[in-house]
Ligand binder design. Structure first.
Ligand code: F6R
Length: 614
């Protein structure tokens, strides 16, 4: 994840900017830079690699400006290099950016036609030129940013510094977080309170779509419609703890809201977004062409991520997949033929059952690949190859952001497998990668359903049992929805393949039974009538008085909303990536139900974050 910092100070700020960036090192980065104003002119220092390289540049050529922005970059568009490092600048403006500008290609073409000269391969640089373009039309910095922001598509956070403006920084957030720090005659911008902890503990968090005009006197925040809004000023405890809750009540809420950013970060690790292809940064110690079968093993939520991956591997890599929960896998003495692939998925990397299965697979001469969130964990250390999920520390016991990052990673691996096996065309890969690049934005859009989900969770607290139904990759999502609800709200819930309803669970349905149906419209499966079959299942539920909560897209809502008590309408996304986007409403539903029940959301009874016993 890229890190952003901005300072309106009294003393030269370059050293402070670097200090703040050091506190963001935990997010990972490959280059860094700062920009300040020297006698009103924008001046930058940037360096590839660690912050000590940037410090070296600043020692050789110090900066004296008292206003500035800084950045640690994790490459998305364009390799790690000094020219791709932020801040990106024109003669009028410097900008730092976290996230993805999806429509950078078309914007760059338009800007180049009107004479803009680009100096990097990044998506970020279009923002600098776009705002400059507006300023050349005579707009002041604030109006220029106001005109440019609506033209940017994606999930991102930005901080701007302007030539000749000694008392102005502008920050904007859409999807990625950004906080404003309040000092004594000084003001700050930062990706999180942790970066700003050395300077201030007084923080206001921008909400999605907000942008902030910051001067030394204070901040004026506008929402996405341009209306001036107040955002609460809070005391942060980030100086005491490296990980804090931000302005959220629980870590789980914070982690749900981090997903546009961390999924974007994870995708950036495995995709070459500019080339629209998968580009794994590690060498796989096996050849997918020679793999005949994949065995996936994991526990709980990580197992459901593996179950989604089974659908993907079979469809896009034409590889047979066997999957089981780790506690069963290892004892059923499954036969393995040597040289195949055993795949393990784990947030903590310490889950005892998963680890024991990994060791068994090694004995059986399998290639061992793990998708792990804690890179120093035992599972990571004992694997032949590790694909890290870059979700950052997950504190809430109920797994949320690790799940969506696991899905993002597994889809990248599937595409790499499909390509290596010669069963996925370049065109198909490009379409899949395009759909993945849009996922962080779609997650942000899904998060906007929160007020509606909070309202319907007030009814869910009255339920004793809840059924979740789904077909295809929505089936593992139904399982995950039920697991999330039961573990944090203690309401009994079951996930079922929708087609199994009539083989038993339908007996449970009466007017007291909420039934959550996860049903993206799925155009690709239209010819098999998958969505229509789920609608038939909904009819069976409705006929028996069951209260349906439908999670779908605009097409699905048109066809089936009449059958449901509530319909959550998600954006229309490519079918393949629906499990990542549809995870958001099921997580929020469990979260708000638990909050309304008054349970200990972050540390539900009887559960541990890292299950190191069998
Ligand atoms: C559910 C949850 C658990 C874990 C499971 C595996 O919200 O968090 O079901 O998914 O205990 O843990 P890891 O992924 O650490 O192996």
């Amino acid at each position: 994840m890229c890190g952003i910092v901005g300072i309106l100070g009294h003393e030269p700020v370059a050293g402070q900017l670097v200090d703040a960036l050091k506190r963001l090192e935990y997010r990972g980065y490959d280059s860094a830079g700062v920009a300040t104003l020297e006698a009103g002119a924008l001046t930058r220092r940037r360096a590839e690699g660690k912050l000590r390289n940037l410090e070296g540049r600043l020692r050789d050529a110090p900066l004296s400006g008292t206003i500035g922005i800084g950045h640690t970059r994790w490459a998305t568009h364009g390799k790690p290099s000094e020219s791709n490092a932020h801040p990106h600048a024109t003669d009028r403006i410097a900008v730092v950016h976290n996230g993805i500008i999806e429509n950078f290609r078309e914007l760059r073409e338009q800007l180049e036609k009107s004479g803009a000269k680009f100096a990097s391969e990044t998506d970020t640089e279009v923002v600098a030129h776009l705002v400059t373009d507006e300023m050349k039309k005579g707009k002041n910095p604030v109006d220029a940013v106001a005109a440019a922001l609506p033209r940017l598509r994606g999930a991102f956070a930005l901080a701007f510094l302007f030539a000749g403006e000694e008392d102005l920084l502008i920050g904007a957030r859409k999807g990625s977080p950004l906080a404003v720090g309040h000092g004594d005659g000084e003001m700050f911008l930062g990706s999180d309170a942790i970066a700003l902890a050395p300077f201030t503990d007084t923080i206001s968090y921008l909400e999605d779509g907000d942008w902030a005009v910051v001067t030394r006197k204070g901040v004026q925040v506008r929402d996405a419609t341009g209306k001036i809004v107040e955002r609460a000023v809070l005391k942060s405890n980030a100086s005491a703890f490296l990980v804090d809750k931000g302005n959220h009540r629980h870590f789980m809420a914070k982690e749900i809201h981090e997903q546009p950013e961390v999924v974007g970060h994870t995708l950036a690790h495995y995709l070459d977004m500019a080339a629209e292809r998968v580009s794994l940064p590690m060498t796989l110690p096996f050849d997918f062409k020679k793999i005949e079968r994949v065995a996936i093993s994991a526990c709980g939520t990580a197992y459901y991520a593996g179950l989604v991956a089974k659908y993907w591997f079979e469809r896009f890599a034409r590889l047979p997949v066997e999957i089981d929960v780790a506690s069963e896998f290892r004892y059923r003495e499954a036969p393995f033929s040597p040289g195949n692939l055993a795949l393990f998925v784990s947030q903590s990397g310490e889950t005892a059952d998963t680890l024991a299965t990994l060791r068994y697979a090694k004995e059986q001469k399998q290639h061992v690949l793990s998708v792990v969130n804690v890179p120093t964990s035992t599972i990571a250390r004992e694997s032949d190859v590790v694909m890290p999920t870059l979700a950052g520390p997950e504190i809430g016991v109920a797994s949320t952001k690790a799940f969506t990052c696991q899905l993002a990673t597994l889809l990248c691996l599937t595409i790499a497998a499909g390509r290596a096996r010669g069963v996925l065309s370049t065109e198909d890969e490009r379409n899949l990668v395009r759909a993945m690049i849009e996922v962080p934005r779609h997650i942000s859009e899904a998060l906007r359903l929160e007020p509606q989900i909070e309202a319907l969770s007030r009814d869910l607290v009255k339920a004793k049992d809840v059924l979740y139904l789904g077909r295809g990759t929505a089936y593992p999502l139904a399982l995950e929805g039920a697991l999330k609800l039961k573990e944090i709200s203690y309401i009994h819930a079951e996930g079922y393949a929708a087609g199994e309803l009539k083989h038993g669970p339908i007996a449970l349905i009466d007017e007291n039974m909420p039934v959550v149906v996860v049903a993206p419209f799925d155009k690709s499966a239209r010819r098999e009538g998958v969505f229509e079959k789920t609608v038939s299942n909904m009819q069976e539920v409705a006929a028996r008085g069951g209260k349906i909560i439908l999670i779908t897209d605009p097409h699905g809502a048109k066809e089936a909303a009449a059958l449901s008590l509530s319909t959550l309408v998600l954006p229309d996304v490519a079918t393949t990536v629906t499990p990542i986007v549809y995870a958001i409403p099921v997580q929020l539903m469990a979260y708000h139900t638990a909050v309304n029940m008054g349970t200990d959301v972050d540390q539900p009874r009887n559960l541990a974050k890292s299950v190191t016993v069998e």
